[in-house]
Design a protein around this ligand. Structure first.
Ligand SMILES: [Zn+2]
Ligand SMILES: [Zn+2]
Length: 345
């Protein structure tokens, strides 16, 4: 395998204009200064996440152009810093939605580094040295070892890629909210997140893991006003993965929960949630919450479970140069269920 002094190229497919997010150009960039806990990775695959689309279209606010998106990254280690303990050159690894954090706050110290308020996102974040982080539609990435994950031998790199954001986003709330034997889980929206939520709920031996009648694309059009009735008092936990807010029938969703059941929001639509009636929250004593990615400990656990139970990523692999086509497909809701780009630069 490559040695420590491998000459990496630092370039990727960058968006230069949020009005034309599907017109990307190969663009060189400068990574942050290499520090002693950093790892350089030659990228082989990168999944295309809904977050990428929200960001490069400007839906989430300011974009630091030109920007290389992508945060479902797998590849091989080509360089390790002098204080890296977990990895060596040649290891198969992945990087998800973060590449750094403050390492010292209560959240970082307590194993919840994904909630660090100073977390460095894999792209469109600014490092303390002023460098803008650039993502995985690229030749290489540099990340702190806390945010690098070994990929089990039983998982191929293309299968593992989308697990590092979509997979963990579905897995973490299942773990946090007690999914397992005796519990029933409902999943709203069967796309990138939802297809993992169902599989992980089953792998965790939940009694019941159902996709609710509202699909990722068809729920807006549902004319069935009584859909919630057939699920009344059914679920301990509902994971809501749909990527638009305004039509989510939250008050109906609460009806499908058991007493003290929980509804956890996983997607981050550009728009605000619809109004919630306090009556519908109190009627069954339900809780509404959210969840963001997952910690390193959870990611390692998820990858091990996926390897053991045969959890499968439903992916369509495209050469990275076709990233524009993948972005169009995501926007049109065509993908089943994830595009994974194979690096070609
Ligand atoms: Zn922190
Ligand atoms: Zn993501």
């Amino acid at each position: 395998m490559s040695s420590d002094n491998t000459k990496l190229q630092w370039k990727g497919y960058a968006v230069h204009d949020t009005k034309h997010p599907d017109q990307l150009k190969v663009t060189e960039f400068k990574p942050k200064v290499f520090e002693d806990k950093d790892i350089d990775i030659k990228i082989e695959y990168c999944g295309v996440c809904g977050s990428d689309i929200h960001t490069i279209t400007g839906g989430w606010g300011e974009v630091k152009l030109p920007l290389i998106a992508g945060h479902e990254i797998t590849g091989h280690v080509v360089r390790v810093g002098s204080k890296v303990t977990e990895f060596k050159v040649g290891d198969r690894v992945g990087v998800g939605a973060h590449v750094g954090s403050c390492y010292s706050c209560q959240r970082c110290q307590g194993g919840a580094e994904n909630y660090c308020l100073k977390a460095i996102h894999t792209y469109n974040s600014v490092y303390p040295d002023g460098t803008v982080s650039q993502g995985g539609y690229a030749s290489a990435i540099r990340a702190n070892e806390l945010f690098v994950f070994p990929i089990p031998d039983a998982l191929s790199l293309e299968q593992a890629s989308p697990m590092l954001c979509a997979g963990i986003t579905a897995y973490s709330p299942l773990r946090t909210h007690g999914a397992g034997p005796g519990k029933s889980v409902g999943v709203i929206g069967i796309g990138g997140l939802g297809h993992y939520a169902l599989q992980f709920a089953k792998a965790m031996k939940c009694d019941k893991a159902d996709a609710l009648a509202l699909g990722a694309n068809d729920f807006v059009d549902t004319g069935d006003k009584d859909w919630a009735k057939k699920w009344t008092d059914t679920f301990d936990l509902i994971l809501c993965t749909v990527n638009v807010s305004q039509h989510i029938p939250l008050n109906d969703i609460f009806l499908t929960l058991k007493v003290h059941g929980r509804c956890i929001m996983l997607a981050l639509p550009d728009d605000a949630l619809p109004p919630i009636s306090s009556f519908s929250l109190t009627a069954s004593g339900v809780l509404l919450g959210g969840s963001l990615i997952g910690s390193k400990a959870e990611i390692l656990e998820m990858l091990a479970l996926a390897a053991k139970e045969g959890v499968k990523s439903y992916i369509e692999v495209l050469p990275m140069k076709e990233v524009g086509k993948a972005i169009q497909g995501m926007k049109a809701g065509k993908v089943r269920y994830r595009y994974v780009l194979k690096a070609d630069i």
